[in-house]
Ligand binder design. Structure first.
Ligand SMILES: Cc1ncc(COP(=O)(O)O)c(C=O)c1O
Length: 403
């Protein structure tokens, strides 16, 4: 059992009032709030260690470097990767761009995505496809937001160079059975590179990249209680040499001359320039914080919140929930019949309830449902059943006012 009361004291922002109501923060899919452990890690770094890393011989630089590389170990361990497989980036979007810009294919190659993807897992591949004369293919979904996996064998061929797929849909919360999908793809084409967008799964599910057997796994720090501007690109050891450099600069080399440059091996090669040092250190504080609570316990509690909220929404006849089942992370997307999501979201804000409205950077998914947007409530470990009651009451009032 989680001690939610104690957990809430770790997040100072939860004391805030919005429009004279206690803040009910249900926009965790966009970004989570930050615990004191993370906020303090940033302050502490600037108070005690601030220096540039990897290049200095003085004490502060050595200490900062040590903290940064310690963070790499902590974060790698969190997803069961080796530290030599973990590149720090500014977020999921940056990580996917590094992959898509770092792979080139022969003409008529194919890149397989799904109908569920976030724009950040579509657009870099679209640019890649334009550059390489490759073709994008898409795994369709069923009405309940699950993938039409029965189609996989028709979609993966000898030409399929990459499959890039989200673990958890940011809009619907649907959890894709990626372990089974990866294993199926490996059978269909053992040379296909498999990229998993873990932006929405890492905060909610235990991740083990070795067990999954993916080639790349990417996520953002800010959606898992860490700071913005931090992210991770996991690259499986034996595919590292397939990823070409798409950006370069200081900190990545062994030797440079105008004629020839020799790069270092491993993650530093892909981290040019001064990185987000305090961010990475604070990201490792976020990982330690999650570990101190326990990801399995978090997942179980959030699942209870999901079940409660969906059962309450089911009592409101005007509400239509998309992917109305429980094989999901704690995300609910819904609409109120004949109302624009923005109007509902704006009224909920009057009661202090923060939800996200719009297309959630998943326009192809919106096109599938033939809608322009949804209202999305997404939960984190600090949310409560009482907050869901406030949300439901506010929603009922909003519906009354709008009709
Ligand atoms: C599934 C998914 N992929 C990618 C992204 C992009 O993440 P970021 O903006 O942190 O780069 C998001 C953000 O919402 C997401 O939910």
């Amino acid at each position: 059992m989680l001690d939610i009361k104690a957990i809430r004291t770790h997040f100072p922002i939860l004391q805030k009032t919005v429009n004279n109501n206690p803040l009910v923060y249900f926009d965790n899919g966009a970004t989570t709030q930050k615990p004191l452990a993370v906020i303090n890690a940033i302050t502490e770094y600037y108070t005690k260690q601030n220096a540039n890393i990897h290049r200095g011989v003085h004490a502060l630089s050595r200490e900062a470097t040590e903290l940064f590389e310690e963070a790499r170990k902590t974060v790698a361990h969190f997803i069961n990767a080796e530290e030599s497989e973990l590149i720090f980036t500014s977020g999921t979007t940056h990580s996917i761009n590094l992959i898509a810009n770092g792979l080139s294919f022969e003409k008529d190659s194919e890149i397989l995505l799904t109908q569920l993807e976030h724009h950040s897992n579509i657009l870099p591949w679209q640019l890649n496809a334009q550059k390489n004369n490759a073709k994008l293919k898409v795994v369709p979904i069923h009405e309940d937001g699950t993938l039409q996996l029965e189609n996989l064998k028709n979609l993966v061929s000898k030409k399929t160079k990459v499959v890039s797929i989200t673990h958890v849909s940011n809009t619907l919360g649907v959890i894709n059975p990626i372990k089974e999908i990866i294993s199926e793809i490996r059978k269909l084409n053992s040379n296909t590179l498999i990229v998993i967008d873990g932006a929405q799964s890492v905060p909610h599910l235990k991740i083990d990249v070795k067990d999954l057997d993916c080639d790349f796994f990417v996520f953002s720090g800010h959606k898992m209680y860490g700071p913005t501007g931090t992210g991770v690109l996991y690259v499986k050891k034996n595919v590292f040499n397939q990823l070409q450099l798409s950006a370069s600069g200081g900190g990545t080399i062994k030797t440079v001359s105008f004629e020839k440059t020799e790069y270092v091996d491993g993650p530093l090669k892909f981290e040019p320039g001064t990185p987000n040092i305090e961010g990475v250190i604070a990201l490792s504080a976020a990982v330690k914080y999650i570990d101190s609570i326990g990801i399995e316990k978090i997942a179980q509690y959030e699942h209870e919140l999901l079940g409660y909220a969906q059962s309450k929404l089911a009592e409101i006849p005007e509400v239509e929930v998309y992917a109305n089942h429980l094989n999901k992370a704690a995300v609910i997307s819904f609409n109120v019949k004949n109302q624009h999501p923005f109007d509902v979201g704006t009224l909920l804000d009057k009661y202090g309830v923060a939800v996200r409205t719009g297309h959630h950077c998943t326009q192809p998914l919106m096109n599938y449902y033939n809608i322009s947007g949804t209202i999305r409530a997404s939960f984190a470990m600090y949310n409560t059943f009482e907050e869901i009651d406030v949300f439901i009451l506010g929603l009922k009032k909003a519906i009354k006012m709008l009709s």
